[in-house]
Ligand binder design. Sequence first.
Ligand code: ADP
Ligand code: MG
Length: 355
Amino acid sequence: MALLVIDDLAKTYDKVTALTGINLSVEAGEFVTLLGPSGSGKTTLLMSLAGFTTPSKGTIRLDGKDITHVDPEDRNFGFVFQGYALFPHLTVANNIAFSLRVRKWEKARIATRVSEMLSLVGLDNLAERKPRELSGGQQQRVAIARALAFGPRILLLDEPLSALDRMLRETMQKELKRLHRETGVTFVYVTHDQEEAIAMSDRIAVFNHGRIVEIGPPRDLYKKPSTRFVAGFLGENNFLSGHRADDDATKVEAFGTRFGFPLAKGRERPGDSLTVWVRPEDIRIGQATGDEIGFRATVVENAFVGALERILLRTATGEQMVATLRSEAAVAAVPGQIIDCRIDPSAIGVLPNEA
Ligand code: ADP
Ligand code: MG
């Protein structure tokens, strides 16, 4: 049985529907991320899990027990929230000890636990500092240590790294992954940053307009998204227009080429219009071999962007397509030239256009 089961949860504020039809199960020890644009309902779900927001409908179960209306302090969850600040007048050690004192732990046990938590987050030498004497990254470590100290069943984190600069954010992502591994605590993590979600999660639940549009491991969502929204939200993608061939509906015609692609639920007919997507890193230069999809395109622009070159192509149908290539492969991409390109069929996604 899953540790946490959310069943048909909804939340409405006056006229605003923040969440509808939320179903999600989280296994013990899992790292699950709620990913979506601003305003898509992620914080509302996390607040409902924490018990700070009362859902309008649906249930939340922990170990099979209905906790939908249980008080926050009786859920035994840890929180690291945006703006859920440290106590400014307390030292680092006392910030971490706070939740243990509230739980009436013995003095000696608190001292042991605080020093364990300090070393877990690498702050052994800063126990007596006040929060204002710490960097942003150090403060965030204290907040995490404080939330983990009492041994929560689940740690809820709402965009805990969004205020940090890029370098520090990447360091803290690795730190959080390590803490997740070492503690075995279940993490439910909110972010609007797709790279962060991909790098950290066992599974991602993608939110849009108060609904979960897709749930799965990062690789599956990235490689085989089942909606255009997910295909576009998780990393850059090329969306190109195409149609089912007039003479054979199992074939797709797009960007000046033709290739086989299975029919969606057999509903499609010859000539039906559709959208084809392919990620920039899946486009290669050179003649197609085997079952690769070959096509020709004009190089519009070639820009160096660090580890990769970013090539802007114009297809035979006049659409723009972005390809990212390693520098040595990009040498052939001279602006103005028409070049041979190829794509592995497994990298192609096709979705019928709604009528
Ligand atoms: P996210 O965390 O994904 O940015 P939120 O859960 O904060 O999204 O918000 C979801 C929707 O609910 C938004 O439209 C937001 O304006 C609305 N909302 C959130 N909290 C409240 C509130 N207390 N009162 C009214 N509307 C709210
Ligand atoms: Mg939010």
